[in-house]
Design a protein around this ligand. Structure first.
Ligand code: URA
Length: 241
């Protein structure tokens, strides 16, 4: 959204007519980014916090989307190099300015949530709230019991140590020298799963996120999405208080 004059922004949000909004501004009822504004020239957009008598303006309906992210797409709303981003996959039914909650790597597929609800996003991303995320990884080599124990009990990196993880080997292919492994973690450090396997000597060849808390990809094909139900949103808020 392009920046618009504050009184237009207020009118568009249904506060009052432009004329009445100008009066509210002049009388000191309006704050932009926590500062009272009384002059008329100022321009704002949705990234600004606009309050009238202490009440923030709700300018967009809150939207909560569960997407099956394909490989080869960036988890962002724009990319400097012009590569495809996840919001390019949204159709006309999504006009709200949603953005991904956390990220999946360019070459990782799977379950990604998008929203325009900042508070909700911050809650889910906070490690304190321990949302379990389950990934299926195709790795090089055969994972040994000792390596599973290391992955599960915590890997020490330069700036963090991973907490408890659950690891299950789904299949091993000795001929091709590879394994399929399911791993559940609850943090979301950059490239965490790949780095964890690297740390025990196995390169990740393919990675997909299958679960995010109680959410699954059931009913979706790669590249498609659906709205979360009210109940799912309520449960995610509830589970993460
Ligand atoms: N861990 C990774 O290494 N990559 C992802 O995309 C997600 C988790």
């Amino acid at each position: 959204m392009e920046k618009v004059r504050l009184q237009k922004f207020m009118a568009d949000a249904g506060v009052a007519s432009r004329r009445k909004s100008e009066e509210l501004i002049a009388e000191g009822h309006v704050k932009v980014n926590n500062k009272v504004v009384t002059e008329m020239g100022i321009k704002v957009d949705h990234s600004d916090k606009v309050e009238v008598d202490g009440m923030p303006l709700e300018t967009e309906k809150k939207r909560y989307i569960l997407m099956y992210k394909p490989r080869g797409v960036i988890s962002a709303v724009k990319d400097d190099k012009g590569r495809k981003v996840v919001t390019d996959l949204l159709e006309e039914d999504v006009q709200e300015r949603v953005y991904p909650i956390g990220r999946l790597d360019y070459d990782t597929s799977g379950l990604l949530l998008l929203t325009n609800d900042g508070e909700f996003a911050n809650h889910l991303m906070h490690p304190r709230y321990h949302v379990d995320k389950t990934y299926v990884a195709k790795i090089e080599g055969i994972l040994e019991t000792e390596e599973i124990k290391k992955l599960e009990s915590g890997i020490k990196f330069k700036d963090y140590t991973t907490s408890r993880a659950k690891v299950r080997v789904m299949s091993k292919d000795k001929k091709k020298n590879s394994s399929i492994v399911r791993i559940t973690i609850h943090e979301g450090h950059n490239h965490q799963v790949k780095n964890m396997f690297d740390a025990v000597g196995h390169k990740v060849e393919k990675l997909a996120r299958e679960n995010y808390g109680f959410l699954t990809l059931d009913g979706l094909v790669s590249g498609k999405y659906r709205d979360l139900t009210r109940q799912e949103v309520a449960q995610l808020k509830q589970d993460n208080r």
